[in-house]
Design a binder for this molecule. Structure first.
Ligand code: HEM
Length: 221
């Protein structure tokens, strides 16, 4: 397969979706893990230290560039796959568009778009002001714990975050196993296990993220 075919053939597009999807899944594990430090009961100290490490060191900053490249590739190829699936039907990535397939597996495009809208709001809430402050104002990060406290004191924001995370959960419920199947991790024996791990992972990640805005809003933090 040539590089051009990687970006233009339907098999190449699915491979890009699989590899970038797995990379984004790894990011979610790190993101949820670091954010979970808000529950350390230390007024955000541990969380802010972790965020400072991620924001102030060269390796995480280089990974951040990789993250955004991966995100853009995943979104662009996902939209292109969705358009070609809708025009041809039949050429879908593992599992989708089959009769009787689950709703979320047929709705990767809609769910992915909802996650994208959530991401635009989310990045403009935290990442953008933080990097702007760091690079153009004082040379240091903002207190992200306090910023979360303020952001999640507004009910509509909490509701949008919860809906965004639920969309992500549904997107992951199909995307997790599909990504691994696309890169060749599947056989009859292990399919059931992969499905179970995919569902378990989606539920745990979604619950962790959903509980963050809710915990601030309800004053648990
Ligand atoms: C709902 C709970 C969430 C909270 C409280 C939260 C919090 C944050 C915070 C504070 C930052 C800023 C980090 C920094 O500037 O160093 C951030 C960045 C980011 N978040 Fe979230 N996040 C949540 C969920 C999500 C979800 C579900 C996704 C993905 C769909 C996501 C994707 C991102 C991305 C891509 C960045 C930029 C990463 C970077 O380059 O540092 N977040 N988040």
């Amino acid at each position: 397969m040539t590089w051009k075919q990687v970006f233009t053939s339907s098999v190449g597009k699915k491979l890009i979706m699989g590899f970038t999807g797995i990379f984004l899944i790894l990011f979610l594990v790190v993101h949820a893990g670091l954010n979970a430090c808000i529950w350390a009961n230390d007024n955000g100290q541990m969380f802010n230290q972790g965020a400072h490490f991620m924001g102030g060191n060269v390796v995480p900053r280089i990974l951040e560039i990789g993250l955004f490249v991966g995100l853009v590739l995943h979104i662009v190829q996902g939209l292109m796959l969705e358009v070609s699936n809708r025009s041809k039907r039949g050429v879908a990535y593992a599992n989708s568009y089959k009769e009787g397939s689950k709703w979320y597996s047929r709705s990767m495009g809609i769910l992915g778009t909802l996650v994208l809208l959530f991401l635009i709001l989310h990045l403009s809430d935290f990442w953008l002001p933080n990097r702007a402050h760091q690079n153009f104002v004082l040379g240091e990060e903002i207190n992200l714990y306090e910023k979360m406290k303020n952001t999640f004191s507004v009910l509509w924001v909490v509701i949008v975050y919860v809906l965004g995370c639920l969309s992500l959960g549904y997107h992951l419920a199909h995307g997790f196993q599909s990504a691994f199947k696309t890169i060749g991790v599947h056989n009859k024996k292990y399919n059931l296990m992969l499905t179970g791990i995919g569902y378990g992972f989606s539920i745990i990640i979604t619950l962790a993220f959903v509980m963050m805005p809710i915990s601030f809003y309800l004053g648990w933090l």
